[in-house]
Design a protein around this ligand. Structure first.
Ligand SMILES: [Zn+2]
Length: 396
């Protein structure tokens, strides 16, 4: 009887998934249903004029244990996207300073091709769930995230994103919702964990809500300093911060400008005041949208921006010696490949096989104490376990 009802719940969950992810056309493993691929591959070439200098990061100084973890997720970023940025930055990127490289198998519980919600839930909770799941298991039950467990153990915690902070990737670290589209419920979940710093877009989900609640007021009452601009954020020197820099998603890099790196620097500055350590997740959200749009310019600019922010994380980690930095993606987007290019001019000839996500392995890069654990090929859920082990945290 028990078995039957749980099977029913799973079946209902699967049906709900079919409805809520109508736009998700992939239905692996189904031999007859092919992913929607445009006839022939699409080429989109871009020559990057952006360039950032890359300082050498010393890893020679003696390490202690990982007291802090900075997990950086480049959404929709496979090996080709990472390499496009290296090539466009004249064959040099902070990514190359990472010490160990592995590969993550990204499939979700119900799909060969994951979405960002299930992808981030695997990274945040160590559980494979269904596409659309935000911090819940296949039965839609909440699962504690690494951020929540770190916070409970007295570590400082933070989230940064270039999309809405309520978007799937950051959401899966702090919220528990059966559906990624429950933006307002996700915003309310930010009040349930005493997260120290969060920076991104999505102010609308906090103060222009169907239920009329003003969560910004609640956050203020809970001791958060609000920062609506980067300047306001820069001025904060201590304490808890809720920095919602735009009403919806942050604009693309061309309009957004330098935001991810200064946000990362500020978060690290604030969180590192905690003697017990910290957990920070930083998302470069919009590489994924470049992939969906088969837009090489967007991919290159967003990964370059991400790499520049990684530089800030690595500079801190090299000095601090107690910080593990992990860079990975939730999945690849676009079936992106590089059919040509020029490292002298920053030209990238990108080719695409789809406007959706793909099921390829994505790289995992690690630097700092415990980085050696990240070489090899493993499920995305193992990244959660490796981070938990590094921080000496136990799954609850
Ligand atoms: Zn996507």
């Amino acid at each position: 009887m028990k078995l039957r009802s749980s099977a029913l719940i799973v079946l209902m969950g699967m049906l709900a998934f079919q409805v809520s992810n109508a736009q998700q056309k992939f239905n692996y493993p189904g031999k007859k249903k092919q992913p929607q691929v445009k006839q022939g591959a699409v080429t989109d070439t871009f020559t990057s004029t952006n360039y950032h200098e890359v300082k050498e990061i010393s890893s020679k100084r003696k390490r202690k244990r990982a007291k802090n973890v900075i997990l950086m997720i480049a959404d929709g970023t496979g090996s080709s996207q990472f390499f496009a940025a290296i090539a466009a930055n004249r064959n040099r990127a902070y990514l190359e300073e990472m010490e160990y490289v592995g590969f993550s198998k990204t499939r979700s519980d119900d799909n060969f091709v994951t979405d960002s919600a299930a992808g981030a839930t695997a990274l945040s909770t160590g559980e494979k769930s269904y596409n659309g799941a935000i911090g819940v298991d296949t039965d839609k039950r909440p699962v504690k995230t690494v951020l929540e467990i770190a916070e409970e153990k007295g570590l400082a915690t933070g989230l940064i994103s270039t999309s809405k902070i309520t978007h799937a990737t950051p959401a899966a670290f702090i919220a528990h919702q059966p559906n990624r589209n429950n933006y307002e419920e996700i915003a309310a979940d930010f009040l349930n964990t005493d997260i120290d710093v969060f920076i991104g877009g999505g102010r609308d989900n906090f103060n222009k809500r169907k239920d009329g609640r003003d969560l910004l007021k609640n956050l203020k009452e809970n001791g958060y300093q609000l920062a609506n601009t980067l300047e306001e954020l820069e001025a904060i020197e201590t304490g808890k911060v809720a920095s919602l820099l735009s009403e919806g998603h942050m604009p693309a890099y061309g309009k957004r400008g330098e935001m991810l790196r200064p946000a990362t620097e500020k978060a690290v500055e604030l969180l590192s005041k905690n003697k017990k350590g910290f957990f920070l997740m930083v998302e470069g959200s919009q590489v994924d949208w470049g992939g969906h749009g088969n837009n090489t310019k967007m991919i290159v600019e967003e990964v370059l921006d991400f790499d520049h922010a990684l530089g800030a994380a690595l500079e801190f980690a090299a000095k601090d010696r107690n910080t593990l930095v992990v860079v990975t993606a939730d999945h690849e987007t676009g079936g992106f490949s590089l059919n040509g290019g020029d490292m002298k001019t920053g030209k990238i000839e990108g080719r695409y096989t789809t406007t959706h996500h793909t099921g390829v392995m994505v790289p995992v890069f690690a630097f700092g104490p415990g980085a050696d654990q990240f070489s090899g090929i493993y499920e995305n859920t193992e990244i959660f376990r490796k981070i938990m082990k590094s921080l000496r945290l136990k799954k609850q």
